[in-house]
Design a protein around this ligand. Structure first.
Ligand code: KG4
Ligand code: ZN
Length: 324
């Protein structure tokens, strides 16, 4: 089954064609990062307009790269939510229009479940597994019992990890989006340079707002003098990755689940990937998505449309939603 997926929930316009949820025939991503970097964050109205400008080119490019035409596609899918409403509407209406014009089904997809599905792309991974979903808007541990049977077993009570990365990067004077930059700096710093606080919350909760404030205080304590940016980044990264892995293991052990999987934009983080890979020596089977499938893309949308579509009698009546 060939599915064309479209993703426009935030600042990436993406279109991809995937066979049977795993084989990626094309994966086109047009990033708006340069536009939003000027403002230090995503401006929803500008993002929606840029999606409109880019969407047709992305779709055409996806057909060209895959070497197929619209007639070969069995279903058209898009992200329905969560995300920025004006942005989501562009992808949803494009996919619904394609479905009507070519008389093939439309499939709606939840963006968070799609991040989990990124792990099925170009792999043979099968449920059950414990997933750690870390993105710009969400931090959740999800027990994936089956492709379409997922349960959130832990989540953040304040900021999402990606959001904290971006905020900490900003207060250290790094450009948007800060996550990647902070990760790069951390690799050259000492993770033991500064002791940062680990939040004391329940085992099924995360909290990162205290850590954010602690980094702010640390930065302020230098009183305008040159910051040891690499050391701050490394200490911050250690604190975040240690907390995430620790809580992930608590849930994995609770559910007696030896397979654990990363997902979401922050799954691209070098330290998180290193720590999770290390667990292979401790009796776990671990996986992180390929780097190109960590941050927002449409291949994960097409995969999720195949494995875990939003269930409804009339998909064409699905409406976008902002919060998940
Ligand atoms: O999943 P994603 O592309 O978009 C959302 O659905 O939110 O995640 C984007 C987030 C941003 O906050 C970005 O800073 C973060 O992922 N990110 C990283 C890295 N690469 C992207 N954070 C830490 N280390 C990275 N290497
Ligand atoms: Zn995302």
């Amino acid at each position: 089954m060939l599915i064309l997926g479209i993703e426009t929930s935030c600042d990436e316009t993406a279109c991809a064609i995937v066979r049977d949820g795993r084989e990626v025939l094309s994966n086109i991503v047009a990033s708006q990062i340069k536009t939003h970097a000027e403002f230090g964050g995503v401006i929803p109205e500008i993002a929606a307009r840029e999606h409109l400008d880019a969407i047709n080119v992305c779709i055409k490019e996806a057909y060209r790269e895959a070497g197929v035409s619209a007639n070969d596609i069995d279903a058209f899918a898009s992200t329905v939510g969560p995300g920025l409403v004006g942005c989501l509407l562009v992808g949803l209406n494009s996919a619904k229009t394609l479905s009507i014009v070519h008389n093939k089904p439309y499939i709606g997809v939840n963006h968070l479940q799609a991040h989990i599905s990124a792990n099925f792309l170009e792999t043979e991974l099968e449920p059950p597994f414990m997933g750690l979903l870390v993105s710009g808007g969400h931090t959740q541990i999800i027990y994936v019992e089956d492709y379409d049977k997922q349960k959130i077993v832990a989540q953040t009570i304040d900021d999402a990890v990606g959001e904290v990365y971006d905020k900490v990067a900003r207060l250290m004077g790094l450009p948007y989006p800060g996550g990647i930059m902070l990760d790069k700096m951390a690799q050259e710093g000492s993770k033991n340079a500064f002791k940062l606080p680990r939040a004391r919350v329940g085992e099924d909760e995360f909290s990162f707002s205290g850590l954010k404030t602690a980094v702010l205080r640390l930065v302020q304590s230098f009183n305008g003098k040159e910051l040891p940016k690499h050391d701050i980044a490394a200490s911050f990264q250690e604190c975040v990755s240690e907390t995430l892995i620790q809580k992930l293991l608590i849930q994995a052990d609770k559910y007696n689940c030896k397979k654990i999987v990363l997902a979401g934009g922050v799954a691209a983080n070098s330290e998180l990937r290193r720590k999770i890979a290390e667990l292979n020596n401790k009796g776990y089977i671990t996986q992180a998505p390929k780097m190109k499938f960590c941050t927002d893309n449409a291949a994960m949308i097409a995969s999720c449309a195949y494995f875990n579509p939003i269930k409804t009698d009339n998909p064409l009546e699905l409406e976008v939603f902002s919060r998940g």
